[in-house]
Ligand binder design. Structure first.
Ligand SMILES: Cc1cn([C@H]2C[C@H](O)[C@@H](COP(=O)(O)OP(=O)(O)O[C@H]3O[C@@H](C)C(=O)[C@@H](O)[C@H]3O)O2)c(=O)[nH]c1=O
Length: 174
């Protein structure tokens, strides 16, 4: 047998079929399967009975990302984001920067597309960024827990490459 047999994979998926990676407390990925018929599809975006957010719906906006563009890193101090990934292939990355969190400094990433549309709950204090790794414009709809404050946005940014978050989008999402 050749000496170059490669490195054996470690376990990548839990026995229940969940991707094994660090978790971030309060960050929820709720998959919402489309209901398709010969005319098209319907996908539920938010339902209080999912019990994934106790805050009321107060505001919503849609945002698009052009192919290969990265938005973020962004963190909010006051609002939680509730992001429904609607179109395109999006690589979302998260970093827990809450010193009092049991998952402080944990990093997570997920790829979301129309094959597995999701509502993502991103707690305040968790940095997030998204790269459109598809070839078409991507879209998400955000239902943040507070309306956008035009006079003083609750939005703090770090450059894509920074000393705090150990993730390089140029290596992922090729
Ligand atoms: C979020 C938002 C922005 N704007 C304006 C402000 C600015 O002129 C323009 C673009 O806004 P921003 O630069 O904040 O948007 P952007 O950097 O594209 O932020 C987006 O990135 C992802 C990762 C997020 O987490 C969201 O915050 C989402 O807004 O739209 C509104 O008028 N209302 C809004 O609710």
């Amino acid at each position: 047998m050749s000496q170059h047999i490669g490195i054996k994979d470690k376990q990548l998926i839990s026995l229940e079929g969940k991707v094994l990676q660090d978790e971030i407390e309060g960050l929820i990925i709720h998959r919402t399967p489309p209901i398709e018929d010969e005319r098209g599809e319907v996908v539920e975006v938010y339902r209080p009975s999912w019990n994934i957010s106790s805050e009321p719906m107060v505001y919503a906006y849609a945002a698009t990302i052009r192919p290969q563009v990265i938005k973020g890193w962004i963190v909010h101090k006051l609002q939680d984001d509730r992001i429904f990934v609607n179109r395109g292939v999006q690589l979302w990355a998260f970093f827990d920067n809450r010193e009092n969190s049991p998952t402080y400094k944990n990093f997570m990433k997920i790829t979301v597309s129309e094959r597995n549309r999701s509502l993502i709950i991103i707690p305040k204090g968790v940095y997030h960024a998204v790269k459109n790794i598809g070839i078409d414009e991507a879209q998400f709809i955000n239902f943040p827990t507070m309306p956008y404050n035009r006079a003083s946005p609750d939005k703090y940014r770090l450059p894509v490459k920074n000393d705090l978050i150990p993730f390089d989008f140029t290596k992922d999402g090729q």
